[in-house]
Design a protein around this ligand. Sequence first.
Ligand SMILES: [Zn+2]
Length: 112
Amino acid sequence: MHELSLALALIEQIQHIARRERATRVRSVTVRVGALSGVDPEALAFCFPLAARDTPAETAQFILLKDSPHRLCLACEGVFPGGVQSPCPACGSGNTCITGSDDLFLHSLEVV
Ligand SMILES: [Zn+2]
């Protein structure tokens, strides 16, 4: 399962940070998931506690923030929300492309 390996990678990153901060427990974990990342947020939320077992993040609250797609205007470099091809609201250029929202990353961590 793709999401389990992602959860395990997150836990590895979290453990590294927890060690660095000399934290004994992770209270919450916030992860941003892009709409176009190919990650199933529900599957990731299901896998996280399995991956976190026997780690400082075992009882952590898992918070998922879903990023909606944005477009980058190649003419004026403006960024605006939208997943489908549409003209730039600032300059009207049709020369836009999808930006961001295709990734998954650890946004923040609350440790004690
Ligand atoms: Zn523009």
